[in-house]
Design a protein. Structure first.
Length: 202
């Protein structure tokens, strides 16, 4: 009879399972991902994943929730650094790009995967909302210091869309060699920030 696993051992295996699932979901997509491939890679029985997750979609939800939490951890830590709002906003920007480059599989699963019935997974809903707040916290700080004006949700999305777009194009190798992704991002942000300057500063 197998030795019962400790709580720490169970959590350690669950993390290994999620690590492997993150990569396979990103490579195969939701439709082509198979639990058989996952269990073969981990060297466990076909029924093992069902001890931790109800089905494939529950596993994907857990994988994505962890990705959103890790993403939020990075951006929240950047925003918590001391300094004026522009410096903290730049730290958030750098943390965002760094996360996408450091964990491309997790990044793709966060923003490039359509999962039905997301509301059925409370932890995913929570983690998604937490990550979304990182898109506006730094904007609210800029607004509080009077450096820009407007709706923080709109401004956060206006800045996020080109940032995400350049990252995905860079990951896909679709940018011209003459167009450095960092230069594109900074040029875009410089142009966009002017649209939200207080009227007295324009």
């Amino acid at each position: 009879m197998p030795k019962p696993l400790s709580k720490a051992e169970i959590e350690d295996f669950r993390e290994k399972l999620i690590d492997a699932a993150t990569r396979l979901f990103a490579e195969r997509g939701r439709q082509d991902f198979t639990l058989k491939e996952l269990t073969t890679e981990l060297g466990v029985s076909p029924m093992t994943p069902y001890r931790y997750f109800k089905d494939k979609d529950a596993m994907l939800a857990a994988v994505r929730a962890r990705a959103f939490d890790r993403f939020a951890d990075a951006l929240e830590a950047a925003f918590a650094k001391p300094g004026p709002a522009p410096m903290r906003a730049r730290a958030v920007y750098d943390a965002y790009v760094d996360f996408a480059k450091r964990e491309p599989s997790a990044y793709r699963l966060m923003f490039d995967v359509s999962q039905p019935d997301e509301e059925k997974y409370p932890d995913l809903v929570r983690a998604t909302a937490r990550a979304r707040n990182t898109m506006t916290d730094y904007v609210r700080a800029l607004l509080k210091e009077g450096l820009i004006e407007g709706d923080p949700e709109l401004i956060g999305h206006v800045f996020w869309v080109p940032l995400h777009g350049t990252i995905m194009l860079e990951m896909a190798g679709k940018l011209s060699p003459e167009c450095d992704a960092t230069t594109i991002r900074m040029t875009t942000f410089s142009a966009l920030i002017n649209a939200f300057l207080p009227k007295r500063k324009k």
